[in-house]
Design a binder for this molecule. Structure first.
Ligand code: HEM
Length: 471
């Protein structure tokens, strides 16, 4: 059964349509029926992204945004075909990541003896750290292999027990609720999907749980650009940028204290490991500033993304109760379930993140060298040329992890390992401890603004399993 709609797909479930109709009423933007109506970036666009994608695939698989190129010159181009996106993200030499351009710009400024403005968020410690630790593709790979993979990439498996414990403790907080009919109500985002990645990342990094409220606030300050930024580049005004940098500044000081402490007395956590490691690729230790830069990115990338993946997956379960029954009866399907959810509801819908180094042609559209490409991961995931019946939820799909939600190629998301693990464990614990999950009354399904796909709240009703399995 389809969970995202488009016209010409007749077999929507009543629950799917109820949810979507609510969304449509909320967005100030009309549901697009033709290309002229499509605006992926305006206020309320979130409510209609999945109606826009089939229109784009049919009529403008490369959408030109006139005058919205880099630095306000030239055009920007939105790629929506899977094959185009795959080609671009797998070839960082031909399609330069924007971050590499910023690193080069920073390096040139430093070489000229200029000190970047301290309040400019784009010249923050994460960029400095990228500048010194991974200015080239080879060093980018080494950075991942040596510094992040052991903690948030393939090595994340070491956190399985911890993640299971965190998930169970969160469930403990509400599992015994009873509304008087044998079922309880939970605010799924506040009471599970948001705290899970927050607590997990704090534990991975080795930061005290008592600091969670502050860490969450810094995390929110970091993602502000992707929530409140305008246009395809998520731009903030100069005042907003300065304000954001100010809010994040306290974070650097806070982390500096922990880095110093852990250098002297290392524990079993990622920050401690970074203070001790001999970074083979550069044959040296890491500076405090470099470690803080790495941690910044872990917090920026590691919180809301996984929250939204969990929240959208919960909706896909509630849309069709048989799905939860299927997972409970065969928990081996949970991994495929999470991948299909991320394919169908990409948490990061798109990023303006690559620049062409030579003239290109995509789908017959000429794209000059130096053009910014908005990579629409979510649209690539529902490209009918890649996936048969792309809007249908199909847990049996071949290559379930082939979606673009984490991107692909050498610059793919370094935190995919831990995010996947959190999602799988979360649903394993739900399957073990609940025997039913449904929407509660009062959901508006209103999405938050910005480039992430996620609702602001999600109230669910659950029934507790009679004989819960032990983890
Ligand atoms: C469902 C969860 C997640 C999604 C959908 C997601 C998606 C993405 C995407 C699309 C990119 C851009 C890659 C490119 O430009 O080719 C990215 C980059 C990144 N992600 Fe994730 N991500 C998720 C979870 C995480 C987690 C848990 C972490 C950290 C623990 C993380 C850390 C990062 C970082 C640091 C980058 C920038 C790349 C770099 O500096 O090396 N992400 N992510």
């Amino acid at each position: 059964m389809p969970d995202h709609i488009p016209e010409k797909t007749p077999a929507n479930t009543a629950a799917d349509m109820a949810a979507k109709t609510a969304n449509h009423r909320l967005g100030p933007m009309r549901c697009p029926v033709s290309l002229a109506d499509v605006d992926l970036f305006g206020p309320g666009a979130q409510e209609h992204w999945y109606e826009a994608y089939p229109i784009l695939h049919r009529e403008a698989p490369v959408l030109v945004l006139p005058g919205e190129g880099l630095d306000g010159t030239g055009d920007a181009f939105v790629l929506t075909r899977y094959a185009d996106i795959e080609q671009v993200v797998k070839d960082p030499e031909r399609f330069t990541p924007v971050m590499s351009l910023m690193v080069a710009e920073l390096q040139a400024a430093l070489d000229r003896g200029e000190s970047p403005p301290p309040d400019a968020a784009r010249f923050d410690l994460a960029l400095h750290s990228a500048c010194t630790l991974r200015p080239t593709l080879a060093l980018w790979r080494a950075h991942r292999q040596e510094l992040t993979d052991p903690w948030v990439g393939p090595g994340a498996k070491r956190h399985s027990k911890m993640i299971t414990r965190v998930a169970d403790e969160l469930i403990d907080n509400w599992i015994n609720r009873d509304d008087g009919d044998g079922k309880g109500t939970v605010e799924f985002i506040d009471e599970f999907a948001r705290p899970l990645p927050q607590i997990v990342m704090a534990r991975v990094l080795g930061l005290p749980l008592a600091d969670l409220p502050r860490l969450a606030a810094w995390g929110q300050a970091q993602v502000a650009q992707f929530v409140y930024g305008r246009g395809h580049m998520n731009q903030l005004s100069a005042e907003e940028t300065a304000e954001q940098a100010g809010r994040i500044k306290g974070f650097a000081e806070y982390l500096a204290g922990h880095v110093t402490g852990k250098r002297a007395r290392p524990g079993d956590d990622m920050i401690s490991a970074l203070t001790q490691i001999h970074y083979k690729a550069l044959d040296r230790k890491l500076s405090d500033a470099e470690i803080i830069g790495i941690i910044y990115l872990m917090v920026l990338g590691g919180l809301e993304t996984t929250q939204y993946a969990l929240e959208e997956a919960a909706q896909l379960l509630c849309n069709k109760p048989a799905r939860f029954r299927e997972l409970r009866s065969d928990t081996g399907k949970i991994r495929a379930f999470t991948e299909e959810c991320m394919r169908l509801r990409a948490p990061t819908q798109g990023l303006s993140t690559r620049v062409t180094t030579q003239d290109e042609v995509f789908q017959g559209v000429r794209v000059p060298a130096g053009s910014i490409l908005h990579i629409r991961f979510a649209a690539g995931n529902v490209d009918p040329q890649q996936y048969p019946c792309p809007y249908e939820f199909d847990i049996e799909r071949k290559s379930p992890g082939s979606h673009l939600s984490f991107s692909q190629g050498p610059r793919t998301c370094p935190g995919a390992g831990i995010s996947r693990l959190e999602q799988v464990i979360a649903w394993e614990r739900f399957c073990a401890r609940l025997d039913g999950l449904e929407y509660a009354d009062g959901n508006t399904f209103e999405h938050q603004s910005g480039i992430m796909l996620g609702t602001l709240a999600l109230k669910l009703r659950f029934s507790k399993a009679a004989l819960p399995d032990q983890p």
